[in-house]
Design a protein around this ligand. Structure first.
Ligand SMILES: [Zn+2]
Length: 84
């Protein structure tokens, strides 16, 4: 699967950053509370990218998909929008 995950509606959703896929990063309060006086803005962004969950949106069904991925962890959670 590589760069893609499959939504529950069967749509393929791109999960890689920097491919103009509209992915958001979920930064926790816990992360923001840590003081990093020596860290540059660029390093902070890199740390956020490495440690944060990614928030994807399925273009087909509108589900929000939270993705937690590291070298020894892979977790997907799906959230459906309320139907009108
Ligand atoms: Zn979907």
């Amino acid at each position: 699967m590589g760069s893609w995950i499959r939504c529950k509606c069967n749509q393929l959703v791109h999960k890689n950053l920097f491919c103009s896929t509209g992915i958001s990063l979920v930064v926790t309060e816990e992360f923001l509370d840590v003081e990093r006086p020596e860290e540059s803005a660029q390093d902070l962004v890199s740390e956020i990218i490495l440690t944060s969950e990614r928030m994807l949106k399925c273009s087909n069904c509108g589900r929000i998909i939270l993705l937690k991925e590291s070298k020894d962890e892979f977790e997907l959670r799906f959230f459906s929008p309320d139907s009108e």
